[in-house]
Structure formats: C-alpha cells, structure tokens
Design a protein around this ligand. Structure first.
Ligand SMILES: Nc1ncnc2c1ncn2[C@@H]1O[C@H](COP(=O)(O)OP(=O)(O)O)[C@@H](O)[C@H]1O
Ligand SMILES: CC(=O)N[C@@H](CCC(=O)OP(=O)(O)O)C(=O)O
Length: 287
C-alpha cells in the first residue's frame, strides 16, 4: 500500500507544473545526435505524448544531421561545416530534403502516432511556414543553400494545435521564388518558439547541457543569463554544434519565449524531469 501511495505522491508533485503548462506551447527540438536508436526515439515520443495528454501543446522540430551525412557519404558528396552549419550546394540540398522529409520526419511521425498522437509531419514549405532567405556570414564565405528564417507564418501550426494535432516540423525553408533552403534545426526551433509565444523552448541533444569545460562531464552549468551565454560564445567556451543552440535560445528569449533549456535527449525521461520537477535538469538560459 505504501508503495502505491508513493506513486500517487509522485503524480501529485507534478500538479503545479501541469497547471502551469496546461494549454501552453512548448517547442521541442529533437537533434539528430540524440536519436540514438528506435527504442530511445520511441521513449522520447511517449514522453511527448504524456505532455500532450496533460494539456501541454508540444510542437516538435527535428534535426537529422547524422542521417544527412550518411546519405551524402553513400553518394560520395563531400560536405563541410562552417561554424556548425553544413555548406549546402544544390546536390546536397536534394539529399538534405530526402533525408529530413523522406526518412527522419516520417519515422518520428510513425513513432508519435504509435504512441497515441494525431501527429502530422510538415516542412517549412507547407503553407510557407518557414519563409527563408540565403544565410550570409560575410562576403568571403558562401554557404550555398543554407538559409536563415526571414519570417514564420504560424497559422498552419496554430490550426493544428487548436485541433489536437501534434506538428512535427522538418527544418527546410522556402524563399519567394520557391527555392528550398537548409536551415539549422536549432535556429528554426528558436524562431518557432518566438512566433508561437512559447512557454518553453527545449533543445534535446547528445550532451547533458552546456559544460564549462566540454571535456569535463562534471562541469554542467545549470543556469545562464542571456549575457553570460553570449560571453561563452565570445570566449569560445561554446563551440561547433553548440553555437546555433545557444544562439537559438538567446534569439527565442529576446523575441518573447519565456524559458529555454538544453538537455540530453538520450537520457530516459529527460523531458518529464525537466518539465515536472522543481530542480529540472540540463542548462536553462533565461532572461
Ligand atoms: N561548452 C559546451 N558544452 C557542451 N557541449 C559543447 C560545448 N561546446 C561545444 N559542444 C559540442 O556541441 C555538441 C552538440 O551539438 P550537435 O552535435 O550539433 O548536436 P545536435 O545533433 O543535437 O544538434 C556536443 O556534443 C559538444 O561536442
Ligand atoms: C544548415 C545546417 O547545418 N543544417 C542542418 C540541418 C539538420 C540539423 O540541424 O540537424 P541536427 O539538429 O541533427 O544537427 C544539416 O544540414 O545538418
């Protein structure tokens, strides 16, 4: 009996958070490096299903960098990165769309539906959800079809949320002429969180959060203000794939999202522990 009461107590601990997040939008970015295998992915999608059933409105944005790289390798197409962004020629862009939409998006949609959702997969092209333009670093670096978000047209997502669907978004944008752009999924998630006035932006990756020293697993930083996070990029303490994540969090916060988190998506129930416990896990960047 005592065991059972303990279980009920655990459920009760979640009540304040269920109240707080009921009917609020939470944008969850699921990174390719956190999609370790089908079992881990299924478990993440079950957690997201629980969120949906207690009244939260999750919106998933997925990455898929490793699948893109694998498919490019098979076709002997070389790809290089500049500050965490994949330099994307026309051939690469075709592979990016096939990998993200044909494989990763459909796999997530299937797992989400198996877990009991009304999941619908879409890219930034659907109803011009993600209007993109060419990403310009400076005059010397040309990243090809790497895009940045010019404008989010959130109506399609709002309609889906209002009707109980779970949107699963692939980070491909479209410009006025109909050309496709490869946009880093972290940056898309930040822009969507801003456009949807999200209560939280959660980035699921393959590391516990932001580390003071990336070599030292015990150096997790639990909380960072915007300016502290900016300093970490300037000081080159945050490098590579972590740069777009931190930039995405800062951007979302500046444009109105309430809180942003970077968590290890490979850890069992990471999402539930973050949302439904007082201490949370990972790194929170806040205003
Ligand atoms: N200060 C830091 N703290 C933690 N990770 C960092 C830091 N700086 C760079 N990284 C790197 O960023 C990686 C996460 O980015 P990435 O591999 O692109 O993930 P994803 O596929 O989830 O988008 C980590 O695995 C780590 O190697
Ligand atoms: C421009 C750019 O770099 N786009 C990314 C899009 C996928 C992505 O962001 O995937 P992860 O979140 O798994 O890294 C890429 O081509 O890999």
């Amino acid at each position: 009996m005592e065991e059972l009461i303990k279980k009920a107590d655990i459920l009760m601990e979640a009540l304040p958070y269920m109240k707080k997040f009921s009917n609020k939008t939470v944008v969850i970015k699921y990174g390719g490096n956190a999609m370790v295998n089908k079992e881990v992915m299924a478990s993440v999608l079950k957690d997201i299903t629980l969120l949906k059933y207690v009244g939260v409105n999750p919106v998933i944005v997925h990455g898929g960098g490793p699948v893109i790289s694998e498919n490019l390798d098979k076709l002997n197409i070389k790809s290089d990165f500049h500050q965490g962004l994949r330099i994307t020629c026309q051939d690469t862009m075709e592979v990016v769309e096939q990998a993200l939409l044909g494989k990763v998006n459909s796999q997530i949609v299937s797992l989400a539906n198996l877990a009991g959702n009304k999941a619908v997969g879409l890219s930034g092209k659907d109803n011009n959800l993600i209007q993109a333009k060419k990403y310009s670093v400076d005059e010397e670096v040309d990243l090809g079809y790497v895009g940045e978000v010019e404008k989010i047209n959130p109506e399609i997502l709002e309609t889906m949320i209002d009707n109980g669907y779970l949107p699963i978004v692939a980070p491909v944008g479209v410009d006025e002429a109909g050309a496709s752009y490869n946009i880093n999924a972290d940056l898309v998630a930040g822009e969507l969180a801003a456009a949807l006035d999200a209560e939280k932006l959660i980035l699921l990756t393959n590391i516990e959060g932001i580390l003071e020293d990336p070599e030292d697993k015990n150096s997790l930083i639990s909380r960072l203000t915007i300016s502290e996070a900016e300093e970490m990029i300037e000081d080159k303490k945050v490098v590579g794939g972590m740069i777009p994540k931190v930039q995405s969090c800062i951007n979302a916060l500046k444009k109105g999202a309430k809180r942003t988190h970077i968590l290890d998506g490979r850890m069992e129930h990471a999402l539930l522990l973050e949302i439904f416990t007082a201490k949370g896990i990972g790194t929170m960047i806040y205003r």
